[in-house]
Design a protein around this ligand. Structure first.
Ligand SMILES: Cc1cc2nc3c(=O)[nH]c(=O)nc-3n(C[C@H](O)[C@H](O)[C@H](O)COP(=O)(O)O)c2cc1C
Length: 352
């Protein structure tokens, strides 16, 4: 780990995770504008890949949830991420769950969070994303992850996704449909076959309308799944995703399982577990999806990438790109460069 980041981490980890998050977010823009991030990371080589009809400048992206309101996309791009997925965004702004709602499990290389989609809402996020133009002009890929408000019952959840699409269709390069967060009551029920089919059919129809209304501009859509579905549940969801003309699948979100961290006193905290303990299942889901899809759709892998070799394992399991969240917090921005480099070497050795 970069020694300056090690020092910064010692300081930041004395604050609560949410305080540390705000300290970093409040200072990231000027730090990167002045070029000071160069002291904690190194330049990232180009290693482009084309998926969903989009050219990603490299195979490492920032996972959803870090920049929920899309305020710091260009700064994250400066840290080397080829893609940044903002959100989850809901139609109306909402405060999220009561604090504390995010916990570091340092010995386990993990985080438990029950943030609950705290965000400023789709209209404000659309405005914020104008500041992402510099990142996109340099070839960075912007994903916009959307979900439903907590107060919206599941039987009208579709309306929330429609509203988000209306407001954000032209704001990014791809949309990600979040139906897999454990922190919005009943959200994950939308992954069941009939519900998913209804939702994705409506999303597909909506995209057609928005495409026509926007000079035939097609925005690809990825669907993010939970690692806690059974293998059969994953396969069924994948079939529905393909049937409805979606463009990619994101494997996976956080897990509600506590099997891997039983001895940690924080294990009893409700929420989604991320980082090292989710790596194995998340990678198994990636592999299962890859075998089931047989190349029909690309896979974006998210879950427990803590070191470059983990990123390579995700590629071996069938991913096209990987996303970082928890590993980025524990290891710092150098992990981005390390993963880009490791994946580039792996791709070149395997003609991928
Ligand atoms: C604090 C926190 C907030 C998150 N918020 C979101 C979110 O709003 N939407 C989403 O799709 N995923 C969210 N995630 C999940 C991450 O995008 C990622 O899929 C997951 O953490 C697994 O990757 P990791 O092990 O590299 O962290 C969040 C994760 C964390 C740790």
């Amino acid at each position: 780990m970069n020694s300056l980041y090690k020092l910064a981490k010692t300081v930041l980890f004395r604050f609560t995770p949410e305080q540390a998050h705000h300290i970093v977010m409040d200072n990231l823009d000027w730090v990167t504008q002045l070029g000071l991030h160069k002291f904690i990371t190194r330049p990232v080589p180009e290693n482009p890949i084309e998926i969903m009809g989009l050219r990603f400048p490299n195979c490492v992206g920032l996972a959803a949830g870090m920049d929920k309101d899309g305020e710091h996309v260009t700064a994250f791009g400066a840290l080397g991420f080829g893609s940044v997925e903002i959100g989850t965004v809901t139609p109306k702004g909402q405060p999220g769950n009561p604090k504390p709602r995010c916990f570091r499990l340092v010995e386990d290389g993990a985080i438990i969070n029950r943030m609950g989609f705290n965000n400023v809402g789709a209209i404000q996020v659309a405005k914020n994303l104008q500041s992402a133009r510099a990142f996109r002009n340099r070839g960075g890929i912007l994903g916009v992850n959307i979900g439903k408000n907590k107060v919206t019952p599941n039987d009208v959840a579709i309306d929330d996704y429609m509203k988000c699409m209306d407001r954000l269709y032209m704001s990014g390069d791809y949309l990600a449909i979040n139906i897999s967060s454990p922190n919005t009551p009943n959200l994950r029920d939308l992954q069941a076959e009939a519900e998913l089919d209804k939702l994705l059919a409506a999303i597909s129809q909506k995209r057609k309308e928005l495409q026509e209304a926007n000079k035939d501009h097609y925005v690809p859509i990825a669907v993010k799944l939970a690692p806690d579905l059974t293998d059969d549940g994953i396969k069924t969801a994948l079939d529905v995703i393909v049937k409805n003309g979606m463009d990619a699948v994101i494997c996976t979100n956080t897990t509600i399982s506590r099997e891997a961290i039983r001895d940690n006193p924080l294990a009893k905290e409700p929420g989604g577990l991320s980082g090292l303990p989710v790596f194995e299942r998340s990678t198994a889901v990636t592999r299962l999806a890859s075998e089931h899809l047989q190349g029909t759709l690309p896979i974006i892998a998210s879950g427990g990438v803590m070191k470059p070799q983990d990123a390579v394992e995700k590629m071996e399991a069938g991913a096209s790109i990987v996303q970082l969240y928890t590993g980025f917090i524990f290891e710092g921005p150098e992990l981005v460069a390390d993963c880009v480099q490791a994946i580039a070497q792996w791709r070149s050795a395997h003609n991928k």
